[in-house]
Design a protein around this ligand. Structure first.
Ligand code: ZN
Length: 411
């Protein structure tokens, strides 16, 4: 599965902000989530079924709008040969636009696999499944253990996968008759050592065979997990990836779940650390003589064109858009630079067309500054990171105009 870049995720987040504002007059906005393994013919016949069900809708307007949405979906489905790797999301519905309504169609390439088929009809689009995908934080290895059992799992986005359970063969603490206590204790230690070795081997194998593993989190009740870690039972490559050791009450599937719940702090810190490092690197270049830093849209754009940019840093608040708007009542069309797409779209609904004076203006297309910079960056292989404004470092970047670059060389 190809992983979405921070830029793609950022764009999708922006798209969601716009979609969140869209409301239908009735329960007539259709959201369709299609998993990749779904049969397209089945989806089409389900849409036909929904279409005839819609005959029962009392309001004539809602009925008409739901049926038109379903028609659009069926037409689109006809054009599709294969469902993409991650499945598909179609959001279709009639959005009020001043005096006239407009049928809007939004096809989203989900950043993660669509797991469940959803047909949803409401006065707004169903966006929560995409929001969940956006909180995706890569794949992490999970291990919980004590002296009784161990469970190995993977966290893929929000989904937890239990991969293996390992049972202990370590006898109980109390000696049996016929053996000296000392000899018995020695046997226990040997058995425990073998058991820990087994856990280490299985967990290391699983984690090392997981592509793009971003880190490992280990948990369990009591001091056993710490002993396990201190003694180095995990492969050294895996050991290096351990992000934290956390207390859990259980060592089974529940324990894995607990581990994930308790690790949220670790995940958040990781994101922030990455941003911090990039901004700090930029700042250290700024203060150096002949440092490899550039900032401000014009300067950065210039360096991008010369192929001199290694890493482009863009503050998430700096965004501006070039928006193409048109009137659905006459042929008026224009292009404007907009900073806040969300408020712009809200205000646009209330605005009269300068030509025909009807309130029927709408956005046809928008392109962000970021898109333009991305195209430039793509040609020269510069990396792009979108930096949040939640952290102090993010705020510092904002102070530099929100667009900055770490250069490969100074031309
Ligand atoms: Zn007009």
């Amino acid at each position: 599965m190809t992983k979405a870049s921070s830029l793609e995720l950022y764009k999708l987040r922006k798209e969601l902000e716009v979609l969140e504002e869209k409301k239908g007059k009735g329960t007539e906005l259709v959201s369709l989530y299609i998993p990749p393994d779904k049969n397209l013919n089945n989806v089409t016949s389900q849409m036909r079924e929904e279409y005839s069900q819609a005959m029962n809708i009392k309001s004539a307007r809602t009925r008409k709008n739901v049926q038109s949405a379903l028609e659009v979906i069926m037409q689109r489905l006809k054009l599709i040969k294969d469902i993409p790797e991650n499945g598909m999301v179609m959001l279709v519905g009639t959005i009020p636009r001043g005096t006239k309504d407009k049928m809007e169609v939004c096809m989203i390439a989900p950043p993660e696999k669509v797991m469940t088929y959803i047909y949803h009809c409401d006065s707004e689009f169903l966006l929560q499944p995409i929001r969940d995908m956006l909180t995706e934080k890569g794949t992490y290895g999970l291990l919980v253990l004590d002296r009784g059992e161990a469970t190995v799992g993977l966290l893929k986005g929000k989904r937890i996968e239990i991969v293996r359970k390992i049972n202990s063969t370590v006898p109980g603490k109390h000696g049996r008759g016929g053996q000296s206590q000392r000899r018995f204790e020695r046997l226990i230690e040997i058995a425990a050592h073998e058991y820990f070795k087994r856990i280490g081997k299985h967990a290391s194998e699983i984690f090392m065979n997981t592509p793009d593993l971003r880190g490992v989190i280990v948990g369990g009740p009591g001091p056993t997990k710490d002993f396990f870690m201190d003694e180095g039972y995990l492969h050294h490559e895996v050991q290096k990836k351990v992000l934290g050791i956390i207390d859990t009450s259980y060592t089974d599937d529940f324990g894995i779940r607990e581990l994930v719940d308790n690790a949220s702090e670790i995940f958040r810190d990781l994101e922030i650390t990455k941003e911090k490092k990039l901004v700090q690197r930029f700042l250290s270049e700024v203060v150096r003589d002949h440092g490899l830093a550039a900032y401000g849209e014009k300067e950065v754009r210039d360096f991008l064109r010369k192929g001199a940019v290694n890493m482009l840093l863009v503050s998430e608040e700096v965004e501006s858009f070039r928006v193409a708007i048109s009137c659905s009542n006459c042929d008026h069309a224009e292009s404007i630079i907009v900073h806040n797409l969300k408020t712009f779209e809200k205000e646009l609904v209330e605005k009269a067309c300068p030509k025909c004076n009807e309130k029927s203006l709408g956005i046809d297309e928008f392109k962000s500054t970021l898109d333009e910079l991305t195209e430039l960056a793509g040609i020269t292989g510069a990396n792009i990171e979108v930096i949040s404004t939640e952290t102090e470092d993010g705020q510092q970047l904002k102070a530099f105009g929100g667009i900055a670059a770490i250069l490969r060389f100074k031309p």
